[in-house]
Design a protein around this ligand. Sequence first.
Ligand SMILES: CC(C)(COP(=O)(O)OP(=O)(O)OC[C@H]1O[C@@H](n2cnc3c(N)ncnc32)[C@H](O)[C@@H]1OP(=O)(O)O)[C@@H](O)C(=O)NCCC(=O)NCCS
Length: 187
Amino acid sequence: MPAQCEGEGKTPPAAERLPAGTVTVRPARPDDLPGLQEVARRTWRATYTGLIPDADIERFLERHYSLEELGRALERLGEGMLVAAVDDQVVGYATCGVNREGTGELFAIYVLPEWQRRGVGRRLWQRAIEHLRSLGLPEMVVWVLAANEPARRFYEHRGAALLGTRAFTVGETPLEEAGYVVRLAGR
Ligand SMILES: CC(C)(COP(=O)(O)OP(=O)(O)OC[C@H]1O[C@@H](n2cnc3c(N)ncnc32)[C@H](O)[C@@H]1OP(=O)(O)O)[C@@H](O)C(=O)NCCC(=O)NCCS
């Protein structure tokens, strides 16, 4: 069993009672950023503990998920920064846009552990596709830690095709990531 959700408790009863229809997926606003930061911190730790050294997880979060950095990302990505919210509490987010190669890319998609497997990721995914399609992009790629089996199953479930794998490093740790692609044109 991968380390995803390791150390997380059971779904809180209050969340269980909320029907999926109460989740709103929309572009992020500046006042969502503290909530998005919290989702990133909790979900990153739950997902990657045991796959990536703890110190590297914390360094990544400090560097890329400070409020300043998130503010810059919101300016850069515009409607490509999406949140899933329940009564204005952020429970998930996704970021997408044009990567350095000029291709549409889903840069991140994270749903709080207690909200996973309830349709939130699917809605964020769909909204990201709609955004990239509105930019006229023909495809969306997404890269995932190769050892992150649950996320890979989610992408495969969504019809993404495996492109291949490549090596990368987080801090000093050599890792492997798998790339997937989804055709956007004509879908
Ligand atoms: C991956 C993630 C974003 C998916 O979001 P989610 O809200 O849990 O997924 P959903 O409930 O919307 O599932 C959508 C579909 O994928 C399937 N699915 C989701 N997770 C799955 C899993 N682990 N194994 C198999 N199928 C899965 C669901 O059965 C569902 O199928 P359906 O469309 O036929 O109903 C979420 O689980 C998450 O944040 N994981 C941890 C962080 C992470 O790994 N992010 C990706 C980094 S690259």
